[in-house]
Ligand binder design. Structure first.
Ligand code: SF4
Length: 495
């Protein structure tokens, strides 16, 4: 009877966790596996194919039996999605790929970076109050970030970062990493903002409307209350004597606003509760909340004091409307100058609908932000600071999964990228915890040599595209990391 042979485990060294993986199993991050004793990256390398009319004339250049092979008709861009990592840092990037673009010899260095310093900035299009600036954002009871500023029609969150990933408890790091991963891969994440009694529940998903306290947000406001008065003053003043646009930031009043003055709207004797900023513009008419215009009110009349009896008149027509036009109410003053709810005339209803029509759909936007550290840069060159300088001089173009990356000014290579522009499933994680994200550096081969690149590791694009790939078609409007306009070298130096 033959002795049962225990299968050998192999060690993955693609991150500091150094998993021992048995035959047929995958490691802790599910990105690497042991297939027959070989360590394999489980996701296929992703290539973006882009038509290049300069390379192959359409139709007449294609032979009748053309099989659509990308090297004949498409200009491939090798992304780092599925490429693998450079850990433990002395290794060259997994793919260093050369190709000729517009007669210039280019090289793209691709790596899946392990980002310990990373997070997301989230923009949530809503007028509703979801939390005060600096309020803590929780997932599963763990703090993962905080509220930042309110922007024009949106609220901003800063989530993740090294303090939450590694500076707190183990659970905090794990929950933060998982939330970041799901957000970056465009999945929905349920969060709570603020403390117990005043907490807001919110579901955030890139490219989708936020769900706030169970209600899906629909519209982003047309503008602040003051802007709305200016935008619609002409359409209102034929049909109504006074308009109040209720807004948590600036509540606008037509008869007092400069727009009303220009149209000779007479004073109405209206009196607003709140702090007057400039004529027709009021701050703090109510508390922030999820009611009209991001305030806590459900009945707009609560922001009015009594009308001035020597100015107002019985029958005065008053429209009150929120900044998205989703809430509106029409009143006429009775003999005591008290506003009485009255059916809105159809012409005025049309203007209320016009406000809604001019609002954009409410969305969540998720921008991944990270710093390219030592491991990444050493994978590109033996002299990493030269890469930083080359990026700064726009000789090296940085992309993430082929998407345009914004590079922050100042030192280092700190990138920010819209996850909606990246291929699906671009992000992974390692249990250290850290996110794994694709990053590509594209430059001329001559510049690559000058910065001390790993020249011996360069492969032609034809070699790389022979392997099993995940191919994505890109439309002409998408960012092209290989486009000449990305680089600042003078034209006479191109060859
Ligand atoms: S966590 Fe993933 S990358 Fe890290 S050692 Fe394990 S299998 Fe390899």
């Amino acid at each position: 009877m033959s002795e049962r042979v225990k299968p050998e485990k192999i060690r993955c060294d693609a991150c500091p966790v150094l998993c021992y993986i048995a035959e047929g199993n995958s490691g802790a991050c599910d990105r690497y596996a042991n297939h027959g004793g070989a360590l394999v990256r489980l996701d296929a390398l992703t290539v973006i194919e882009r038509s290049d009319p300069r390379l192959v004339p359409f139709m007449e250049g294609a032979s009748p039996d053309w099989d659509g092979d990308i090297v004949k008709g498409e200009r491939p861009f090798i992304t780092a999605v599925g490429a693998g990592t450079t850990y433990p840092d002395y290794k060259p990037a997994p793919f260093i790929v050369s190709q000729q673009i517009e007669d210039v010899d280019m090289v793209t260095v691709v790596t899946e970076g392990i980002f310990s310093y990373c997070g997301v900035k989230v923009k949530i299009d809503t007028d509703r109050h979801i939390g005060h600036e600096r309020a803590v954002v929780y997932v599963d009871g763990e703090p993962i970030g905080h509220m930042m500023t309110s922007e024009y029609g949106s609220k901003m969150l800063s989530l993740g970062g090294v303090d939450h990933l590694t500076g707190g408890t183990k659970k905090e790091g794990r929950v933060t990493c998982d939330a970041l991963l799901r957000l970056c891969n465009r999945e929905a994440v349920k969060m709570t903002i603020g403390e117990a009694e005043s907490a807001t529940s919110i579901v955030v998903q890139a490219g989708r409307a936020p769900v706030i306290n169970g209600d899906e947000e629909k519209l982003m406001r047309v503008g602040c209350g003051s802007a709305a008065i200016g935008m619609f003053a002409k359409q209102w003043f034929d049909h109504v004597d006074e308009v109040v646009v209720v807004d948590d930031h600036i509540t606008g009043v037509l008869s007092e606003h400069q727009a009303g003055k220009m149209l000779d709207v007479p004073p109405t004797g209206i009196r607003i509760r709140g702090r007057r900023s400039t004529p027709g513009r009021y701050f703090q008419v109510a508390e922030p909340g999820t009611g009209w215009g991001g305030t806590d009110i459900q009945d707009p009349l609560v922001i009015l004091n009594d009308f001035k009896s020597d100015v107002a008149w019985p029958g005065l027509r008053l429209l009150m409307i929120s900044t998205t036009g989703e809430q509106y109410a029409y009143f006429e003053l009775d003999a005591d100058l008290t506003p009485q709810p009255t059916e809105i005339p159809s012409a005025l209803k049309t203007t209320a609908d016009r406000v809604s029509e001019n609002c954009e759909p409410s969305l969540c936007s998720v921008l991944f932000m990270a710093g390219a550290g030592g491991s990444l840069r050493a994978g590109v060159t033996e002299n990493p600071v030269r890469l930083t300088r080359s990026v700064r001089e726009a000789l090296t173009h940085v992309s993430c999964g082929g998407a345009q990356a914004y590079i922050w000014p100042g030192g280092g290579i700190t990138v920010m990228v819209d996850v909606m522009e990246m291929p699906s499933g671009s992000f992974g994680y390692v249990p250290t915890p850290a996110l794994v994200a694709p990053i590509e550096f594209t430059l001329r081969i001559s510049d690559y040599a000058a910065l001390g690149g790993h020249m011996a590791e360069i492969q032609s694009v034809e070699e790389v595209t022979k392997a099993e790939l995940r191919k994505l078609q890109q439309d002409a409007d998408s960012h092209d990391p290989l486009a000449r306009r990305n680089f600042r070298w003078p034209r006479e130096e191109e060859r």
